[in-house]
Design a protein around this ligand. Structure first.
Ligand code: NAD
Length: 517
């Protein structure tokens, strides 16, 4: 057993989360979730086998669907505020288990323990938000053109919501979807990423405890495990009216077509290519903190990670030198050790993509300012640790146009006014997160105006990553157009119905049409 498992209490954490055994591969608490092939979960932190999980076969999926559709019959007629009470209890359980779950997220995915805790805090926050929302699923009333008529609209539960999630937020993205879907009266089937299956099992255990304590069917929250083929069971299934899929643009393009071909709804949260514009009026100290956290946090594996810095030529050298100094101070290693800033990438395939990006940017004419490279030796045995890199590049390089899910930051220079920087910022296919660092009101407001950033998220004097749950989260263009989490994102989990009621003895037709018998 690796010293990290003993030193950082991983085994205790797994036990508290109901995941029974470590490293024996026979008993991970996954027995009830499938009878298919086995997938093994190795930690990118130390390369150790954490556990093995059985995948869901088509026949297993059929049973899960029966459980879910049965549970929907009970759940949809449970009053929304009572559904909110269940979500409140789920949030309380998460508060109790925040540390072990944060630890598992850190150990299975590789993000820092602080970020693991932050992810669980996001789950708690969305539960709180959803509890309040459970008393506010408002429709509108409007005036009818016909006398003695009343018109209004209301929202009803949709049914079974299919959730497909990415490896980099192994628990929060599920909670963003599920907490809202539950208060809306939907039941959920979740397929977590095959790279972090134990996080999924831990969450399922927590949800199941809450449903059991309230004599509610566990089918309100279902889990299926496996790779894209298991995801396809849901995307192809007309019994799943909404698919919420988080992951790469490549995945989103396939899922969107499959779901659209059966006229289902999809909520897509796909890749980004996020930039910070740094103008001559920027606070340089804030810029460096925001840019470095954005680029190296979660080892560059956030959908909102900062990939491009668009810097005005007048301050380019100053920013560049400060960044290089900051990168030289970064500590890379075990993410459970809070002295380290940067943990591992998810697996060695991700390392290969990182190396490819460094090669490609040079082939296209870029220059490495901070060289990067794969770390070897003691503490780096998993082969997943890389040094964050910085390259001077141009926006039209193919590799710059592409989202590399690793800590590679491209520096781009602009001249003239802020509109030139905005053109570069918008000059990519993705449209998730964007930011401007400036104390100049005109620049900030131009960036936020309709001729400014074309992204779903546009920040002033804050980096690109680290959104709060209160706002709707998502992006435009190839990021997929979906919105989840706060604001009115709940509406996608419900079906809207317009009702017109006639309380007269006449039957006037709309638009004054005459039809006398
Ligand atoms: P991925 O696309 O490889 O996989 C994501 C999920 O989709 C996995 O569960 C996978 O099994 C499933 N999947 C893949 N192909 C499928 C198909 N044809 N049908 C059904 N399911 C399928 O992504 P990843 O490597 O796990 O995650 C990284 C990507 O996710 C990055 O591009 C990142 O930007 C993006 N991401 C976006 C957001 C957002 O909110 N916009 C959040 C997190 C991650």
């Amino acid at each position: 057993m690796s010293h990290i498992v003993t030193e950082f209490g991983i085994q205790d954490a797994l036990q508290q989360l109901g995941i029974k055994a470590l490293n024996d591969g026979t008993s991970t608490g996954s027995e009830n979730f499938g009878s298919g092939d086995i997938i093994a979960s190795y930690s990118p932190v130390d390369g150790a086998l954490i556990g093995k999980v059985k995948t869901t076969t088509k026949a297993d999926y059929g049973k899960v669907m029966v459980q879910a559709t049965d549970a929907f019959k009970t759940w949809r007629t449970t009053p929304a505020p009572q559904r909110g009470e269940i979500v409140r209890q789920f949030g309380e359980k998460l508060r109790e288990l925040k540390e072990p779950l944060g630890k598992l997220v850190s150990y299975e995915m590789g993000k820092s323990y602080q970020e693991g805790l932050g992810e669980v805090q996001e789950m708690i926050d969305i539960c709180d938000f959803a509890v309040g929302l459970s008393r506010q699923l408002h429709g509108l009333t409007m005036h009818s053109e016909r006398p003695g008529h009343r018109m209004y609209e209301q929202y009803h539960p949709l049914g079974v919501v299919g959730i497909i999630s990415a490896f980099n937020f192994p628990v929060a993205v599920w909670a963003w979807n599920t907490a809202l879907a539950w208060i809306c009266g939907d039941v959920c089937i979740w397929k977590p990423s095959e790279k972090v299956p134990l996080c999924g099992i831990a969450c399922q255990h927590i949800a199941a405890q809450v449903f059991k304590a309230n004599n509610l069917p566990e089918g309100i929250s279902c889990l299926i495990n496996g790779d894209y083929k298991v995801g396809e069971f849901m995307t192809q299934d007309p019994r799943v009216p909404l698919i919420s899929a988080t992951g790469s643009v490549r995945m989103g393009k396939i899922v969107a077509q499959v779901v659209a071909s059966r006229l289902g709804k999809s909520l897509l949260e796909l890749g980004g290519n996020n930039a910070i514009i740094v103008t001559p009026d920027a606070d340089i100290k804030m810029t460096i903190i925001g840019a470095v956290f954005g680029a190296v946090g979660t080892a560059g594996q956030r959908c909102t990670s900062t990939r491009r810095l668009i810097i005005h030529e007048s301050i380019y050298d100053t920013v560049k030198e400060a960044l290089v100094r900051a990168y030289n101070q970064l500590k890379i290693g075990n993410p459970l050790d809070e002295n380290n800033h940067v943990g591992p990438l998810i697996d060695t395939d991700a390392v290969a993509l990182y190396e490819n990006a460094l090669r490609k940017v040079q082939e296209e004419g870029g220059t490495l300012l901070v060289e990067g490279g794969v770390l070897k030796g003691e503490g780096y045995e998993s082969g997943c640790y890389v040094k964050p890199a910085i390259a001077e590049a141009r926006n039209n390089f193919k590799i710059v146009q592409h989202e590399t899910f690793a800590p590679v930051l491209y520096l781009l220079k602009y001249s003239g006014d802020v509109t030139n920087a905005i053109a570069l910022q918008n000059g990519v296919d993705q449209g998730l997160s964007s930011a401007i660092m400036t104390n100049n009101l005109r620049e900030a407001e131009t960036f936020l105006s309709c001729v400014g950033s074309d992204c779903g998220i546009a920040n002033v004097n804050i980096g690109t990553s680290g959104a709060e749950i209160g706002g709707a989260f998502g992006g435009e263009k190839e990021t997929g157009g979906g919105r989840e989490s706060g604001s009115d994102a709940w509406k996608i989990y419900m079906r809207r119905q317009t009702n017109t009621i006639n309380y007269t003895t006449e039957l006037p037709l709309a638009q004054g049409i005459k039809f006398d018998l």
